[in-house]
Design a protein around this ligand. Sequence first.
Ligand SMILES: [Zn+2]
Length: 303
Amino acid sequence: MLKHATSLLLITSILLSACSAQNQSASDAKDTKDDTAVILSEKTKEATPRTEPQIENKNTDSVIHSETDIDTTGKKPEVPSTDTTSSEVPIKKTYHMNSSYVIKPNDESTPAKVVLLTFDDGPKDEKMINSLMDTLDKHHAKAIFFVNGNRVKRQPKLLKMIHDRDQIIGNHAWDHEDLQKMSSSEAKKQVTDVQQIVKDIIGEKPQFFRPPFGSGNEALKDAVKEEGMLYMTWSNGSLDWDKSTKNRPDKVIQNVLDQLHPGSNILMHELPWTVDALDELLTLLEKKGYSFVDPRAIELQSR
Ligand SMILES: [Zn+2]
């Protein structure tokens, strides 16, 4: 009898303590502030370098920027259309681009050791784009995909795919041609036609423009500005388009590291060896204390 009573008491006390533990954890949860809100504040508050990095001659690119055409051979699974527009929280503009196309923090509390990741000349191939985006996601990185209008027209669903996965679309002109060799009205049309087709597909126009071969002039810059876009070439060429780098992911990585500087505006392309290089490249950049600037945090006017 006594034994029975003791065990009853024991059970009751266990139940009671379990209950109070539950209450305790519930009130703990209430009191806990949202720690996840604190992100990105890096310890890297290095002074910005006094000397600007050397920028490649804009015109040299025209010689070696060959188009490696990697169009797919049809037959691709349907991309499910997601009509849900992502809840857009405006991102604070904490960076700007200088006249050398380098990304600079707006104040000292913002890390200077960042790189801007960009991929030009797509969209070409669903597998390559998805692999790039998988790697970007793994590193919590955003990039600009500078697209050509004629490619978008051929494979609009690839553009939608990039947008749906929350990466950023940039305008790389309709055709991959030297805009400086066109009349200013032709060049302008190369810009505005891409704005239109992108708007038609994803509902918004690009905010970033990069001319093919980095080749442009004042008239082109004006046309780009009229569209409210930020004009850029790059400050760190991965040379992934160059013959010397073909099938050499290790060289893509080395080329970027050789030219690395705070605010590097890194030019890459939708190419198989760049796809293969990306994960290791991003890992090495992180090890060196770099983070990846969200393009949407960059002001749309250079200064
Ligand atoms: Zn290009």
